[in-house]
Each structure stands twice: as C-alpha cells, then as structure tokens.
Design a protein around this ligand. Structure first.
Ligand SMILES: [Zn+2]
Length: 87
C-alpha cells in the first residue's frame, strides 16, 4: 500500500487508513481517529469552519467523543471524502 500523502494525522486503525485512501464510511468504536473523523464529517464542524467559531453543539460533540478540535482538523485533512466532494 502506498503511504498516504503527508503525515497529517496518526492513522489509528484499518478504517482510518481506508478513509484516508478512498471514500469510506467505516468507523471503529474506541478509535480516536474514527471519533475525530466522525466529528469532522458533522454539520457542527462545517458550521464551525464557516463561522470561524465553535458552537456549543460542536464543543459538546467534542466532549462526548473525547477528541480535540485539533484532532478533528487533522482527521478532516486526512479524510479522502471531503476533498472529493469539494473540488
Ligand atoms: Zn479508526
């Protein structure tokens, strides 16, 4: 397998690696990378990016998932899906 571009995020599990390479909707319970990716695909993350500030819903999501905004941004950067949709 080719190395994913850059070393943006730590790829935590097989689902994380697949998602970095292709459109993939698998998430693994207990995986921080998957939790961050699920937040990165949420409407709250898109709203936070657009507004440039974090809503309480987004902060609550981060708290529930146990991930940081930095982790979510890293997951977003390494997820193959957004770049396919927004180009
Ligand atoms: Zn994972």
């Amino acid at each position: 397998m080719n190395a994913p571009r850059g070393t943006v995020a730590q790829l935590e599990c097989e689902d994380c690696m697949l998602a970095a390479a292709q459109l993939h909707h698998g998430f693994r319970a207990g995986c921080a990378g998957c939790a961050a990716r699920s937040a990165a695909r949420s409407q709250h993350f898109f709203a936070a990016r657009r507004a440039g500030s974090q809503s309480w819903e987004y902060r609550e999501l981060l708290r529930l998932l146990g991930v940081s905004h930095e982790q979510v941004k890293a997951a977003y950067a390494s997820d193959a899906m957004p770049s396919m949709q927004q180009r």
